[in-house]
Design a binder for this molecule. Sequence first.
Ligand code: MG
Length: 283
Amino acid sequence: MVQIKTPEQIAKMREAGLVVAAIHAATREAAVPGATTKDLDEVARKVIADHGAKSNFLGYGGFPATICTSVNEVVVHGIPDEKTVLKDGDIISIDAGAIVDGWHGDAAYTAFVGTGHAPELIELSRVTEESMWAGIAAMRVGGRLVDISKAIESYIKRQPRPAVGDHSLGKYGIVEDYGGHGIGTEMHMDPHLLNYVSRKRGKGPKLVPGLCLAIEPMVSLGTPHTEVLADDWTVVSTDGTWSSHWEHSVALTEEGPLVLTAVDGGKAKLAELGVTAAPDPLA
Ligand code: MG
């Protein structure tokens, strides 16, 4: 069952989305060499409290923190701790969420710690972010879920990957073990959104006004395969290559997509892609 939201409910989800955007802004500022991932969790915790919101990550399936901090070869679900000290040259993906009046927001970004990152890392993050936007731009009334998967996958596959070490084949690894999802009164709801096209899965549900999705490609410089570490959370690439994760929560409306977790509702970026974002219900 796919949960369809009313415009009033989408306005509530926009409130939650803006809390997530505030967590992103604050953690981005704090993700500097010398900071621990635990420090970033404290920053996120404070933003949520300051907004009178609740954390949807804390306690989710026993998860012990308010954000996921995934450094370098960690793909997703890294647990903030005191011993992970960020160093110049690291990349970190921060996944954050918040609940306002029972409605959830969920979004992630990849940040560069310090300076001097290799061009292939900068390109990895750019390709992952742009593939997310390609997916968001494909969220059109009358379309099907597979249109989003296809837009993400085909964007990534069109990008020549810079040669890195042994991996000179020029292919990015599109992580298949995790994907996007419906979002609303729970963080993870139907439908599951693949970041690639699977003939087995068919076209998926129709894209209708009121559908809300978290769109979240995860891409590595090498393998698409992942494994979970002994802590039962941390997901790493099986070949140790570094990866990027970008995510936004998006509501589809009669007037187009509204990017709930982007400060401008996705307006500027979608305009570049020839798509008009829906007006912000809170503006
Ligand atoms: Mg998500």
